[in-house]
Design a binder for this molecule. Sequence first.
Ligand SMILES: [Zn+2]
Length: 187
Amino acid sequence: MEKEKGIVVPGDFLGTSEEFTPGEGVYDEKGNICASLIGGVSISDKRVIEVQPKVETPPTLKEGDVVVCRIEDLRDTVAIVSIACLKGHEEREIAASTQGVIHISNVRNGYVNDLQREFGYLDLVKAKVIDVAALRLSTEGKDLGVIKAICAKCKSNLKRKGNTLACESCKRVEVRNISEDYGKGLL
Ligand SMILES: [Zn+2]
């Protein structure tokens, strides 16, 4: 499967184990080889498929920047995220340790009382930087929010169905703070 974009995100299907041998940066899920990190795909002469993280100098973040981040932890009032890349600089991965937080008051325009209904572990989320020093992010806005999520039960990619996300494999339905760009790619 050719990727015209060149950049893949965790969970992207890259090919089957009949076509390729999994290398670095991928995982084999029942014969389906998927990306385990954000990066570029490379295929060797011996059909070893790898995803190579981008190691160029990370761009500097500033207030108002839109970033893609991954949910690393969900606490009562904050989601801890790792910032994966910056809009306009998708080819450059920000240093892996760059962590940010989304406070429950910055999740959406309106009251949120349960973060677990807004985000899921390892979701990819599009968010705006509202405080550079503390790396506080906001997902208020239609285009912001979850852009990619996997099923908590079977790890398949969830597909958008109206205001919910549905798993085509096990039929589980999950709720999220969904971006209008859900499923459309990175940014
Ligand atoms: Zn499922």
